[in-house]
Design a protein. Structure first.
Length: 271
């Protein structure tokens, strides 16, 4: 067994510290608390940093520029989420957070090589126009969806979760099929907020597809045979699934593809 992963907790209170330990505790991990006086902080290397504010994130990025930092805030605004994205946070959560989601993203962060570079490039960090360019890796979809989820609280819980789930499905398709899970290729995600709607544009580097040529996807099923695609997937030796586009379409108000099939626009209207 190698050396335990070192996790530094910045800020927060004893109760939040224990919550994070409970959520992320593992025999091969050790937790360190930053001292109250910033000047006496131990400048040793860490594998993951948990910050409670954007200011702590900025401080951590200056001292440990290559270490992933996850912000777990007791409270915060959409502007704080955008600021965290701009400051290259690995992820952003507000309490109460889903333990499974935080645990999964922390696992991804601890599994990457320090100094391997950022998987998410910020093209525009504005609340009205958020633009990201990400490597075609499955875990980057989880990170981006978590950022977007935190930005959509004004949609209400059902609308927020529906939009986040729809984006996850289309983004996962873009990464897996359009980008072929090749980290050298990239997917572009742009989220735009207007007074009347929230829009998410996703473009993948693939050649696209034609709906008539997707017999393995549920979206192609005839009305009288809603599970016909499952038989096709089994014959082709594909894993169960194929409901992504159909699910996304049911969760947003509009889902529009370009002619080639490698660009998608998801639209959600506030309640």
């Amino acid at each position: 067994m190698g050396s335990p992963k070192r996790i530094l907790i910045l800020g927060g209170d004893p109760q939040s510290h224990q919550t994070l330990r409970d959520a992320l505790g593992n025999p091969d991990r050790e937790f360190h608390l930053a001292p109250a006086e910033p000047g006496s902080i131990e400048l040793a290397p860490y594998d993951l940093i948990l910050a409670s504010t954007v200011d702590e994130l900025a401080c951590a990025r200056r001292i440990w520029p290559e270490t992933p930092v996850i912000v777990v805030a007791s409270e915060g605004t959409a502007e704080d989420v955008v600021a965290a994205i701009q400051a290259q946070a690995y992820a952003y959560f507000r309490n109460p957070f889903p333990v499974s989601a935080l645990s999964a993203i922390a696992d991804h962060a601890l599994g990457q090589d320090i100094g391997s570079g950022s998987d998410v490039e910020v093209l525009s960090a504005r609340l009205a126009w958020l633009g990201l360019r990400l490597k075609c890796k499955r875990d980057t979809a989880d990170r981006v969806v978590q950022f977007v989820r935190e930005l959509l609280t004004d949609l209400g819980a059902p609308g927020q979760e529906n939009m986040a789930t729809a984006i996850r499905e289309i983004l996962s398709n873009a990464i897996e099929h359009g980008g072929e899970l090749d980290p050298a290729r990239h997917v572009t995600v742009i989220c735009v907020r207007t007074r009347q709607s929230v829009l998410c544009y996703i473009r993948d580097p693939g050649h696209g597809f034609c709906f008539e040529q997707l017999p393995h996807a549920a979206v192609s099923n005839p009305a009288e045979a809603p599970f016909e695609h499952a038989e096709v997937r089994q014959r082709l030796g594909m894993r169960p699934g194929g409901f992504g586009i159909l699910l996304a379409r049911s969760l947003v108000d509009e889902l529009i593809y370009n002619e080639a099939g490698n660009e998608a626009l998801l639209v959600k209207y506030p309640p």
